[in-house]
Design a binder for this molecule. Structure first.
Ligand code: MIC
Ligand code: SF4
Length: 661
């Protein structure tokens, strides 16, 4: 039989189920990684499961998000993560080593393998031929204690590339922006995008990783490229040529859908505020004043991307009324830029060089001024995410970003007579790595036991600062929900809307009672207060339209509402990771049988959902009635067997514990 790449990797890792669209499949996982903002919860949950050591071949704990240390909280979390990694056998990537996805691509990504990460942009690793899926912390924790990873087999879409990118002005970012323009932020839901066609060979691994990174913005489960000579070249520069295997689809492999993209026709594009799919050609924006430019993030911070930027900045200076901020993606990239003088070019041009971390992308510093226009080589421009509510954030490739910084306004790269650049990437990016300890390997289990008294105390004792609180657990679901609709929302509500990030809120990621005060704070400042009042009167219900919970993997967007007494979310449709997170924390995700029924509901209505337990184990159709019988409608849960059990038990933590008792 002829197989596509996705099918090949799934077959190789199958523990149970059928690799056919819509079926539940259990997969063996080769690697799990966490980042600090989601990782503290994931590791607390791992600890609560009572296992002595991680049970996946590779686990890595990164620190890259919560880097501003304006008080003890973030620093304490970093120590907790380092100690928990040492204690349970995970690698630890120290603060300063870089953004998890960029570092993972350099250090661990390997074609044909499966990695889970507690961050929605984990698919960045798909650029190196890996199945890389973003998950909530609790899903990651259950896999680290030895469970297979279960998901509903998505449809596989072939994205058939032809032609060649018109460099220097067209970039990989423009390819994914074009796909976002065509498919929108919900176009990838329930799908894996497998790239193929003769255009693939034109793209380097860092370019491919830009494309797979932003597959997350389509809502796709993941995106993957074949493994070929480009992959080998990349792995060789990272000192890991031995991990290369060739990987391509069989000649007659079948796909559920096909999307054709001609690289010859890709022009420079920009996503306008406030959604990554609000895409227009840069030509339409030429002349619009720009106040800030940010280059970096897990989308565009490879050596290749930043050397391209430096090539454009060389011998020029940033416009006097523009701030240019640059975050190299990893310590390795940073060091190479410094060694070959590229960094000096950027500094000389007037760029503000930040540390290797997420930085402005998640509002950890670098917030724009009031009503400022910020152009970013990042992946998300949701309203308020930058830290400035009225900022206008645009997303663009590094070429448009660098030129905008120089000219103080949007520029079409085709208008400024760009010369083709030849980027000479260092052939050995791993050079010098032995001289540093930014990525700490776990001690083998037998050594851990034998070094008592010699090893660092972190190998025996996990360190928890005062801001690290226990993970709350919900009681098993009852037979009736009789709760108030606390908020009614439109389509494409993001997890940034539900649970904002930014320098002020992120330090509370390890403290659910404290962070729950911020739920929906940017959308409706009175929400947490109303929810707390409703908590003693049967709790609350959230109503959303299409693609509810798009964006990040942060399970705080489920745990904090759960802590505030939310019993159910009723929506027209859900984003994948958020739906799983709701289930993992015992919140019932219901879908309207008739989408138009959403119009019946108003905020403040009281809804009654009865016979919950029997409906869950039966046909999963729920009759929802307004308390004064003014209207009723039908919802469906669409939970598979395992998800049903999880909801019945009050969440994945009690469910997993029940399996080991
Ligand atoms: C994001 O880009 O929104 C984040 C911050 O990386 C999140 C994870 C988080 O909220 O900690 C993500 O993409 O999953
Ligand atoms: Fe970090 Fe931004 Fe990437 Fe999220 S999208 S991992 S915040 S760089």
């Amino acid at each position: 039989m002829a197989f596509n790449i996705v099918r090949k990797i799934f077959n190789d890792h199958l523990v149970y189920g059928q690799v056919s669209k819509g079926s539940a499949v259990g997969l063996r996982v080769d690697e799990v990684y966490t980042q600090d903002a989601t990782g503290t919860m994931a590791w607390l949950q791992f600890e609560a499961m009572g296992v002595d050591r991680v049970k996946v071949p590779v686990a890595v704990s990164y620190v890259d998000h919560n880097m501003i240390q304006s008080n003890y909280m973030n620093a304490d979390d970093h120590v907790f993560l380092q100690s928990v990694a040492a204690r349970y056998g995970a690698w630890f990537s120290r603060p300063g080593n870089g953004i998890c996805h960029q570092v993972n691509l350099e250090r661990f990504a390997a074609p044909g393998k499966i990695v889970l990460g507690t961050d929605s942009h984990t698919p960045t690793n798909g650029g190196a031929g890996m199945i890389a899926i973003g998950v909530g912390g609790l899903d990651a924790a259950t896999v680290m204690v030895g469970a297979p990873y279960e998901l509903t087999m998505p449809a596989v879409m072939l994205v058939r590339l032809s032609g060649r990118l018109q460099r220097p002005w067209a970039t990989a970012m423009d390819v994914i922006l074009e796909i976002l323009r065509r498919l929108t932020v919900k176009g990838g839901v329930g799908r894996i995008l497998e790239y193929g066609g003769e255009g693939v060979g034109d793209l380097t691994v860092p370019e491919r990783a830009t494309i797979t990174n932003m597959g997350a913005e389509l809502g796709a489960t993941t995106s993957i490229f074949p493994s070929d000579q480009q992959t080998l070249r990349f792995l060789r520069t990272q000192g890991r040529a031995n991990e290369w295997v060739a990987l391509k689809a069989d000649a007659d492999a079948a796909y559920d859908e096909v999307l054709d993209i001609n690289l010859d026709e890709i022009e420079p594009l920009v996503a306008q505020p406030h959604s990554p799919d609000n895409v227009v050609p840069v030509r339409q924006l030429v002349g619009t004043k720009v106040d800030q430019v940010c280059i970096g993030s897990c989308t565009n911070s490879s050596y290749q991307a930043l050397a391209t930027v430096a090539g454009l900045l060389r011998g020029r200076v940033v416009a006097t009324d523009v701030n240019l901020l640059i975050n190299p993606g990893s310590k390795r990239v940073y060091e190479m830029l410094a060694r070959d003088g590229t960094l000096a070019v950027m500094i000389g041009a007037g760029a503000r060089i930040l540390e290797s971390s997420c930085g402005p992308c998640i509002g950890m510093g670098g917030a724009p001024g009031s009503a400022h226009v910020s152009v970013r080589s990042f992946n998300r421009n949701f309203e308020g995410r930058s830290g400035t509510k009225d900022a206008n954030v645009y997303l663009a490739g590094v070429v448009v970003c660098a030129l905008s910084a120089l000219h103080g306004q949007f520029v079409d790269p085709r208008d400024v007579g760009l010369e083709p650049q030849s980027i000479v990437e260092p052939t050995d990016m791993a050079d010098g790595e032995s001289l540093n300890n930014m990525l700490i390997a776990p001690l083998p289990a037998d050594k851990l036991a034998s070094v008592k008294g010699v090893s660092h105390p972190w190998h025996k004792e996990v360190k928890k600062g005062p801001n690290i609180k226990e993970v709350p657990v919900k009681a098993p679901i009852g037979d009736e929900i009789n709760s108030e609709v606390l908020i009614k929302l439109g389509s494409n509500v993001t997890t940034d809307d539900i649970m904002p990030a930014g320098a002020k809120v992120l330090p509370f990621r390890s403290n659910i009672p404290a962070i729950s005060d911020f739920v929906f704070t940017n959308v409706d400042a009175g929400f947490a207060k109303r929810a707390n009042e409703a908590k003693v009167k049967g709790g609350g219900i959230i109503v959303g339209a299409e693609n509810y919970g798009q964006g990040s993997s942060r399970e705080h967007a489920a745990i904090a509402p759960m802590f505030l007494g939310i019993q159910a979310v009723i929506a027209v449709s859900f984003a994948r990771i958020h739906r799983s997170n709701l289930i993992n924390f015992g919140i019932l995700p219901l879908v309207f049988k008739e989408p138009a029924d959403i119009d019946l509901i108003s905020q403040g209505d009281r809804l009654i959902i009865s016979d919950i337990r029997s409906c869950l184990t039966g046909d999963q159709l729920f009759k929802v009635g307004e308390a004064a019988s003014r209207y009723s409608f039908t919802c469906v849960a669409n939970l598979n067997e395992r998800e049903t059990k999880v909801i019945l038990q009050g969440g994945l933590l009690p469910y997993t514990r029940s399996l080991t008792e």
